[in-house]
Design a protein around this ligand. Structure first.
Ligand SMILES: [Zn+2]
Length: 164
């Protein structure tokens, strides 16, 4: 059976959530961080799927590097700092558009230019000093818990780009 998300032909991943009709990229992820200790196969499947997605959907430069990518309706679990970490894949991409994506981590450490549109942040969210893809960093986003920002001296005078 393939994923119920339109345009996605990945196999349904229901090892963890038995009645899920979505693939590993599009299925909901648990908010509870200790969950991932118990299901390493889930983290590995997500990592492999992100690698595959970037390979097939990335816009490449002449040098063969991924210049930009559009992620739609993907549920990003907490990163796995011990094993294969999907952030290492995203960190090499110059421009990332997160569209209707969900996040369960406290922050994402990424170097590229970012744009979050219609995203939902399920846990506390710490704002990083991201480069901005367009004029807005967060558009129509939902923050379920507290948002914090560690202001560094070089960031004084910069504006936080949140728009509703
Ligand atoms: Zn899917």
């Amino acid at each position: 059976m393939t994923c119920s998300v339109e345009g996605c032909d990945r196999e349904v991943f229901n090892d963890v959530i038995p009645d899920s009709e979505k693939c590993i990229l599009h299925c909901e992820k648990p908010v509870n961080s200790s969950h991932y200790e118990n299901f390493p196969e889930e983290r590995n499947a997500f990592y492999q799927a992100i690698l595959d997605y970037v390979e097939n959907n990335g816009i490449y430069s002449a040098e063969g590097e991924v210049e930009s990518i559009h992620f739609r309706s993907i549920y990003f679990p907490r990163p796995d700092y011990k094993g294969e970490n999907y952030l290492n894949v995203l960190d090499n991409i110059q421009e990332i558009h997160f569209d209707s994506c969900h996040f369960y981590s406290h922050y994402l450490k990424l170097k590229g230019k970012l744009f979050f549109q219609d995203c939902k942040f399920h846990d506390e969210w710490n704002l990083q000093n991201y480069e901005i893809l367009d004029n807005v960093l967060y558009q129509n986003c939902i923050f379920c818990k507290a948002v914090s920002y560690d202001a560094k001296e070089e960031d004084h005078g910069k504006k936080l780009m949140i728009k509703y």
